[in-house]
Design a protein around this ligand. Structure first.
Ligand SMILES: Nc1ncnc2c1ncn2[C@@H]1O[C@H](COP(=O)(O)OP(=O)(O)OP(=O)(O)O)[C@@H](O)[C@H]1O
Ligand SMILES: [Mg+2]
Length: 222
């Protein structure tokens, strides 16, 4: 599905990603683990098109991502839950969830269907729907950001360190949602970053290790 080939990126002139090659195939959850500053967030932002690709290439279903501007990547079925989650405070949680699908012009009916599927995958969101996007706790915000990424990311869901600071009960619910997500959408792939790999438990089907901007090894499946 997503193939990175010797990808490099710089931020403020400093090399942050160096010659990264990796395949992200459907039907699994791929963890990218690495210390603080290793480049995990930059990798996800590069896939979203928020960080320019300096060298190498990235292809999604064989299509060169260099030809797809950031604003069109959601249309490819890529959803993203950033580290700092960002919910629109003047929207309800439901409006926040629907928003990316509305922006890409999905019909009301399709958005309703996706919302129903998302609520099956993350049932904890149901009671939150009418609440303001500004009225969520940190953990609830992470569940909502997961829901929003699932709504948009029919093929690829990118999650930046969702387990950081999540209480154990919520972390369990989050993991269960990821399992339901892959079961419900076998054609999709989940990429999850983490600096503390013990937080991931048995969630990943594959683990990549990012060290100072280089993908240093591919650990055996857990
Ligand atoms: N806006 C920025 N300006 C300058 N340097 C930056 C900027 N954003 C990131 N960097 C640098 O790029 C490198 C990779 O950062 P990145 O945020 O991708 O790491 P990370 O693995 O996500 O770290 P963390 O675990 O702390 O979230 C770091 O060395 C960081 O200092
Ligand atoms: Mg980060």
């Amino acid at each position: 599905m997503l193939e990175l080939n010797a990808v490099s990126a710089r931020i403020a002139g400093i090399p942050v990603l160096r010659g990264i090659s990796a395949r992200f195939d459907a039907g699994g959850t791929i963890a990218v683990v690495g210390r603080n500053g290793a480049g995990k967030t930059t990798l996800l932002r590069l896939i979203m098109g928020f960080v320019p690709l300096l060298q190498g290439n990235a292809a999604f279903d064989g299509r060169d991502l260099a030809t797809v501007p950031a604003r069109d990547r959601v249309r490819l079925g890529i959803g993203y839950a950033p580290e700092d989650r960002v919910m629109f405070p003047t929207f309800s949680v439901e409006e926040n969830l629907r928003f990316p699908c509305e922006v890409i012009g999905l019909s009301r009916r399709d958005v309703d269907d996706r919302l129903a599927q998302t609520l099956d995958i993350v049932p904890e969101l149901k009671p939150m729907l009418p609440r303001s996007g500004a009225a969520l706790s940190g953990g609830q915000g992470k569940m909502a950001a997961l829901g929003r990424a699932i709504m948009a990311g029919e093929r690829l869901v990118l999650l930046d360190e969702p387990f950081q600071g999540l209480a154990p009960v919520l972390a369990q619910q989050y993991s269960a949602s990821l399992q339901r997500l892959i079961a419900a959408r076998p054609r999709s792939c989940v990429v999850i970053t983490e600096s503390n790999r013990s937080l991931l438990g048995d969630v990943p089907t594959r683990t990549l290790v990012l060290e100072r901007g280089e993908l240093s090894q591919e650990a055996a499946p857990a």
